[in-house]
Design a protein around this ligand. Structure first.
Ligand code: NAD
Length: 293
């Protein structure tokens, strides 16, 4: 059985659909429990959608306990729930800073603390933490989000070392900018291609079938980010200017992003469906493989 946090929409839902199509039973946990239940009812293989707030360890435990009771042992936990605030660092509301850290980082820590003991006992299992390209590079205009995703990458690297020899797998996934509500109002940087949620679903299926630590979506991001990491700072700054990862906050369409921003800050559903991100590459620019988050 595969449990996916924040799976009522976006990348989590796409991953649920992908693994359910391969015959897995899926438990979708989400703040929006009605949406989670409705989406789970559409999945093929006896899946469930349940209430979950990853910032509340009791809620997370209840979700996993009920999931195990109804669907059997936890084979895979996907720590996917996350929010993103786009704002210059000094303008970000303190409450939203804490909320991002609570959901994006603390939620992942709680999920691993709850899932790993049972997996270690059974000497089998796989935890997949959804980080981001923003876990590997700095992106101006989303500094705290970047910090949470770097933290998830570091946390995953460290826990992976502790899991050696236990039979339990740990992976961390770095999707690029993806076509979900979280990215509403954001435009792709120069030469950036937007990831479709189904690609992330396919990447999860592949990672579960052939376990490995780092998963990039699309896979070609891996080479570019490794290359970037080897560059001296001046050259990395030039890369940021070229790929426009230094301009995210100034280029965001706040009106198109308003509904998502309201949902992310309150946990409530948006009033209206937000617009998807624009994928227009700059005129005359060749497509190259980098996503800014
Ligand atoms: P989304 O907003 O479409 O979906 C996120 C889901 O998480 C929502 O259904 C929401 O209700 C749920 N959620 C939020 N807070 C929660 C909480 N406290 N407890 C339980 N559920 C909660 O976002 P998405 O784009 O699908 O993002 C999913 C993950 O992928 C996030 O961790 C995000 O940081 C990461 N990611 C997204 C992108 C992108 O461009 N969309 C790129 C890289 C990584």
């Amino acid at each position: 059985m595969i449990a996916i946090t924040g799976g009522a929409r976006g990348l989590g839902l796409a991953m649920a659909q992908a693994v359910a199509a391969r015959g897995a039973r899926v438990a979708i946990g989400d703040l929006e429990s009605e949406l989670a239940a409705a989406e789970a009812a559409k999945l093929p293989a006896g899946s469930v959608g349940l209430a979950l707030d990853v910032t509340d360890p009791d809620s997370f435990k209840r979700f996993l306990d009920e999931t195990v009771e109804r669907l059997g042992p936890l084979d895979v936990l996907v720590n996917n729930a996350g929010i993103m605030v786009v704002s210059p660092f000094l303008d970000e509301e303190e409450s939203l800073t804490r909320r991002q850290i609570d959901i994006n980082l603390h939620g992942v820590i709680t999920g691993m603390r709850l899932a790993l003991p049972g997996m270690q006992e059974r000497r089998t299992g796989h935890v997949v933490n959804i980080a981001s390209v923003a876990g590997k590079v700095g992106v101006a205009g989303e500094a705290v989000y970047v910090a949470t995703k770097h933290a998830v990458v570091g946390l995953s690297e460290a826990v992976r070392l502790e899991l050696r020899g236990t039979g339990v797998e740990l992976s961390v996934m770095m999707p690029g900018l993806a076509n979900t509500e979280l990215a509403s109002g954001m435009s792709a940087g120069r030469g950036v291609e937007i990831v479709e949620p189904a690609e992330v679903g396919t990447a999860l299926v592949d990672a579960l079938e052939r376990p490995r630590f780092e998963i990039y979506v699309p896979p070609k991001l891996s080479g570019l980010l490794r290359f970037n990491a080897l560059l001296p700072q001046g050259a990395r700054d030039a890369m940021a200017r070229f790929f426009e990862t230094d301009q995210v906050a100034t280029k965001v369409d706040k009106t198109a992003r308003a509904a998502y921003a309201a949902r992310a800050s309150s946990g409530m559903p948006p009033a209206e469906p937000p617009a998807p991100p624009s994928a227009e590459p700059a005129a005359g620019v060749t497509e190259v493989e980098i996503q800014p988050r």
